[in-house]
Design a protein around this ligand. Structure first.
Ligand SMILES: Cc1ncc(COP(=O)(O)O)c(C=O)c1O
Length: 407
């Protein structure tokens, strides 16, 4: 039994009271984005009503309190992922920008013709395309760790791919399409044994699993605020100081400079070197409230409850005739992807929507996974801490109703 009072937690999320198509909302699209608790919504409101001004540049009072609030978030993130220094936390727009920043800057500094970059067969497009772009530009090769039928990585193949040409390994911690939790500690240790740094796409991990970047010894970590009960438009790239210092800046502009003349510009120190221009200030400030919210509930409690819900959902959905789960790894987190024989995922999604149930259908920005399983897409239910067993029952009843109509 969970130690969390889920009914009380639901009270924190105003949107969960609304109806969709005349039915109570059952929100099971948390992998795409989570709903926001009132404390996060209030933090955004509070910024605009009480302190709106630009950060890092004004001597006036409002600018100083906005800057302080923004920088509190940086330190909160530092504690949350247990980074050694607050300046190793770069504030970005989200995971996509974090990975693009890294691919671009790391690529410029370290990747040359003939080098290799390793990703995996289960990446989100945002951890494929930026590396593909760098490889094309530099004449480097993208190597892909294959995936087994279960949706687990083939670690023997990974060991064979690692070699003197490998310049970086970039893989997801948890797959958004399959829910697989990858053996990241082992992935990192194997890469480090060859002197190769590792970046983890933790977009689907930070809201479910406690992450300690120093214990993992990971070199880079990316995630988004909006998938962890925070606002859209803010995310993080963590990087070890020694790597960040060796990389050139990403974008040029205000804040990332020390001195500018037409002849030469000197760059600001970390983290500002990588943060050109005005950030999404209200989102940055409100991310602090989201992390507080998660920490009050406790990530261990959240994970235990979500695991219980995942097991319940898997068992109940197994009673749907013709169902096939896509992604059956031993270690899974909060995602159930499936297809039902004789139906298209899209049609199931549309019927569920009529019943007030929000799921995602399609390729989940991971087309190569769908290609491997030879399916057009899946129906994906992704869980958050406010979901209940009653909502899972509604999902199962909805899928049964949809299949009865479609098959
Ligand atoms: C594993 C993974 N990586 C990256 C992303 C991209 O995140 P964002 O769209 O917030 O930049 C997502 C979003 O679904 C994801 O699930």
């Amino acid at each position: 039994m969970s130690s969390l009072d889920i009914q009380r937690i639901r009270e924190d999320f105003p949107i969960l009271k609304r109806e969709v198509n005349g039915k109570p909302l059952v929100y099971l699209d948390n992998g795409a984005t989570t709903q926001k608790p009132k404390v996060v919504i209030d933090a955004i409101m509070n910024y605009y009503t009480d302190m709106n001004s630009n950060v890092h540049r004004g001597v006036h009072y409002l600018s100083q309190i906005a800057t302080d609030a923004f920088e509190v978030t940086r330190r909160k993130v530092q504690d949350f992922i247990h980074a050694k220094h607050d300046y190793e936390v770069i504030i970005t727009k989200g995971t996509t920008e974090s990975i693009n920043l890294l691919a671009h800057c790391y690529g410029r500094a370290f990747i040359q013709e003939g080098d290799e970059v390793i990703i995996s067969a289960m990446e989100h497009h945002s951890n494929i395309v930026p590396w593909q772009m760098v490889c094309e530009e530099k004449g480097a090769k993208l190597q892909v760790i294959p995936m087994k039928e279960t949706g687990e990585l083939d670690m023997d193949a990974y060991k064979k791919l690692l070699g003197p040409k490998t310049k970086i390994v970039s893989v997801n911690y948890v797959s958004n399409a399959l829910g697989t939790i990858n053996p990241v500690k082992e992935i990192i240790a194997l890469a480090h044994a060859q002197g190769v740094p590792v970046m983890l796409d933790a977009a689907q991990a930070v809201q479910h699993i406690k992450i300690d970047v120093q214990a993992l010894d990971v070199d880079f970590l990316a995630f988004s605020g909006h998938k962890m009960y925070g606002p859209t438009g803010v995310g993080v790239l963590y990087g070890k100081e020694e790597w960040l210092n060796k990389m050139p800046p990403y974008q040029g502009g205000g804040d990332m400079i020390k001195d500018v003349t037409f002849e030469k510009t000197t760059y600001n120190e970390l983290p500002f070197k990588f943060e050109a221009g005005t950030p999404n200030i209200e989102a940055g400030i409100a991310l602090n409230a989201a992390i507080d919210y998660i920490e009050e509930l406790g990530l261990d409690n959240i994970k235990a409850y979500e695991d219980e819900l995942l097991a319940y959902a898997t068992e109940k959905l197994s009673t749907v005739e013709g169902i096939k789960f896509i992604g059956t790894a031993k270690e899974k987190s909060s995602v159930i992807s499936f297809v039902v024989e004789g139906t298209h995922p899209y049609d199931i999604g549309v019927i569920l929507d009529k019943l007030g149930i929000a799921v995602r259908t399609g390729h989940h920005c991971a087309q190569p996974i769908m290609e491997q399983f030879q399916i057009p897409g899946t129906v994906r239910a992704s869980l958050a801490v406010y979901n209940t067993k009653e909502e899972i029952d509604a999902l199962v009843a909805g899928v049964k109703r949809a299949t009865a109509m479609l098959v």
